[in-house]
Write a protein that binds this ligand. Structure first.
Ligand SMILES: *Cc1c(COP(=O)(O)O)cnc(C)c1O
Length: 401
């Protein structure tokens, strides 16, 4: 299925229904989906409404806005935009990816059980394990790429599954349609963290997920200048529940960051294509180096997840990992690159490099890291949108004696 066919489907029709605009192809959607010119002034960009409160004509009679935690037009434009891109009915913007996850987990109550992907973002693991289990939630960590192991993790009180369809740094791929089937059969909600593929490459709601969550800090923002989280839900009932929690818990995204994020998201299509092409070329080059013992990129032939993503996504993303052979070489490379910044995070226009075991995944206990295969010689790359030749030369220079 071409990306055009996939994205011209029923979900694009949702976007159309909500805003009276024609169903369009992915790149057009990235620019136009959730908002048009400002009806009052014609401004092509959504104004930044710096107003914490909104005047009412009579008590309870207003223009749709009362108090900006509950709703603000700038944030709402962003929320409509992400809902349209993901093919959902409602979107919600939060102060960070983890604020979004905190709000989602608050759908649950003490005694409920949640299944979490065993290779999820370290902060997700920490949130569940250190915060929510203290409040009485039970959690099991399961490999969602192994359907039988995953299915065995369900309990009668399992209410939610949280997973990433493409994980990092190990680049494990899960069959979302099968994960969704099993989850539905157990009457639980499937939450997919779509930070890595973004709706440009994969739309989990169309594959059976109930909710999508993003660290918009990464690819959606795309310029390493905003921290934000987004949620999209598949139906109005969940929409009402999340809106209730968003307002009740208050972890909303501010209006200036909402504007920045909207601005970044308009170029998502162009950026994702450039990130993925650079990741593919770097992965290919690394695979030919004698000192590299393993390259993990789902777009490389032979990667176990390649076939699933070829069916359920329209691209392989911009992240890759490789084993530099020894921790010493890994450290040398990440300390000597000049174009790749040694930094946590990912998804910005600039390339980043890191050692997950010592940085992003340091909050995972060492035994658990070892069991998962996150070794001290594993190097993670977030491919930016620079010239691939320059990035490869930088790596070659850094790896040299
Ligand atoms: C960064 C990240 C998060 C957390 O998001 P923040 O915006 O940093 O709070 C969650 N999931 C994934 C996959 C991430 O990469």
């Amino acid at each position: 299925m071409s990306s055009e066919e996939r994205r011209g489907g029923p979900a694009a029709g949702n976007a159309e229904g909500a805003h009276g605009r024609p169903a369009v192809r992915p790149r057009t959607m990235m620019v136009h989906a959730g908002h048009g010119p400002d009806p009052h002034t014609g401004a092509v960009n959504v104004p930044i409404y710096l107003s914490s409160t909104f005047a009412q004509e009579r008590p309870g009679v207003h223009k749709g806005y009362e108090y900006a935690r509950t709703g603000n037009p700038t944030r709402e434009a962003l929320e409509r935009h992400i809902a349209a891109l993901e093919g959902g009915v409602r979107g919600f913007a939060f102060a960070s990816g983890l604020a979004a996850e905190t709000t989602l987990l608050s759908l649950l109550k003490a005694g409920d059980h949640v299944i979490v992907g065993d290779d999820v973002y370290g902060g997700t693991y920490r949130l569940v394990e250190q915060v929510f289990t203290r409040l009485g939630l039970a959690a099991t960590y399961a490999d969602t790429s192994d359907i039988d192991a995953f299915a065995a993790a369900f309990r009668p009180e399992t209410r939610m599954v949280i997973m990433e369809s493409l994980t990092n740094p190990l680049m494990k791929v899960s069959d979302l349609e099968r994960v969704a089937e099993v989850t539905r059969a157990h009457g639980a909600w499937l939450v997919v963290d779509n930070t890595f593929l973004t709706p440009y490459f994969q739309r989990p709601l169309e594959l059976g997920a109930d909710m999508v969550v993003h660290s918009a800090t990464k690819y959606l923002g795309g310029h390493s200048d905003v921290v934000a989280g987004l949620v999209v839900v598949k139906d109005e009932e969940l929409g009402q529940r999340i809106h209730y929690l968003q307002n009740a818990m208050g972890a909303i995204l501010g209006v200036q960051d909402s504007y920045l994020l909207l601005r970044g998201m308009k170029t998502l299509a162009l950026r994702m294509e450039a990130h993925a092409e650079n990741a593919r070329r770097i992965a290919q080059w690394l695979a030919g180096q004698p000192w590299v013992t393993r390259v993990l990129y789902p777009g490389l032939p032979g990667h176990p997840g390649r076939e699933i993503l070829a069916r359920q996504a329209t691209g392989f993303g911009g992240m890759l990992s490789f084993d530099a052979g020894t921790p010493e070489r890994a450290e040398r490379i990440v300390s000597r690159t000049r174009l790749f910044a040694l930094a946590e995070s990912l998804g910005g226009v600039e390339s980043l490099i890191s050692i997950p075991a010592r940085m992003t995944h340091a909050s995972i206990p060492p035994e658990r890291r070892a069991r998962l295969g996150i070794t001290d010689s594993l190097v993670r790359i977030s491919a930016g949108i620079e010239d691939a030749e320059d990035l490869i030369e930088d790596l070659a220079r850094a790896a040299g004696e």
